[in-house]
Design a protein around this ligand. Structure first.
Ligand code: ZN
Ligand code: ZN
Length: 285
């Protein structure tokens, strides 16, 4: 049987990085012989290579929503794959607005792209981006693999999705960015792995202070748009999944917060297999 795994290429919530911090959010799912990238935050190309996967071997890219920590590196990922020899389109599924991002990226790099086509005989990069708008329901189906999207709750963004990738025997669910959403337990039901975003309340005030924000808007966004680690434990228990993985950790770069803090918060509601995400962590299932 082919490999079934999910690798966390970046586990930090939010776009800013600091010395010693993790990278923003991206995942590489290997299932049914396919390499599926979910989100393309800063560092995604490096992360894929570090998993031993060629950038030319990506089969599909899914962008869960248009916060920059989830798609800032999408254009550079394509460009880098192209210079590494990519010459066939990759299916990209994501919210409306992604086409504008791609068109803008091509424009911003026009000099280099035109030069490489003319001077190096490269194929036309613009034709490699096979874009389809995301919607709720089955977004990909083949004999041996199904990908399903569920709208989650991530205000003020409306087009934001959780993703389930499965075969007849294996399944992995990724929450995307969402506030506590009990319905997600049904969507993730019996998954081998649930990768869920997580917020640790005790670090929120220090985080907002460290970023120099002057009012409560960032704090209010974090509290109404993300899920506390305790509530993640509730989802895991209700969904009866086999293994829970925390990612998109907020705060993601606070040295006073330890892995044990995350574990303690989840353990109130979930006693099963638990992994606190780290960049490069791969979970096989
Ligand atoms: Zn995010
Ligand atoms: Zn977000």
């Amino acid at each position: 049987m082919s490999e079934a795994s999910v690798a966390l290429l970046g586990v930090k919530g939010g776009p800013a990085i600091k010395p010693g911090s993790n990278m923003p959010c991206s995942h590489l799912v290997k299932l049914a012989g396919k390499n599926i990238v979910v989100d393309a935050g800063l560092g995604v190309a490096r992360g894929i290579c570090d998993q031993g996967v060629e950038l030319t071997e990506i089969d599909m890219i899914i962008i869960t929503h248009l916060h920059s920590d989830h798609y800032l590196e999408l254009g550079p990922l394509f460009h880098t794959a192209w210079t590494a020899g990519l010459n066939k389109p990759i299916k990209v599924v994501g919210p409306k607005g992604l086409q504008d991002y791609w068109d803008g990226f091509l424009l911003s790099m026009k000099f280099d792209i035109d030069l490489r086509i003319e001077d190096e005989g490269r194929c036309d990069l613009s034709e490699l981006f096979a874009y389809e708008e995301i919607y709720e329901g089955e977004i990909f189906g083949s004999d041996d693999l199904t990908v399903t999207a569920l709208k989650n709750i991530h205000p003020p963004i409306e087009e934001s999705y959780a993703i389930r990738i499965q075969t007849s025997e294996k399944s992995v669910t990724l929450s995307g960015d969402t506030t506590y959403m009990p319905e997600l337990a049904d969507f993730a039901k019996s998954s081998d792995v649930l990768v869920h975003e997580a917020l640790l309340l005790k670090g929120v005030d220090a985080l907002c202070k460290s970023l120099g924000v002057k009012d409560d808007r960032l704090k209010n966004h974090l509290l109404r748009s993300h899920t506390t680690a305790g509530d993640v434990g509730k989802i895991a228990s209700k969904a009866k999944i086999k293994a829970l993985v925390l990612n998109h950790l907020v705060p993601g770069a606070d040295p006073s917060i330890t892995e044990q803090d995350w574990v303690d918060a989840v353990r109130e509601h979930w006693q099963g297999e638990l992994h606190i995400g780290r960049d490069g962590m791969k979970i096989e299932f």
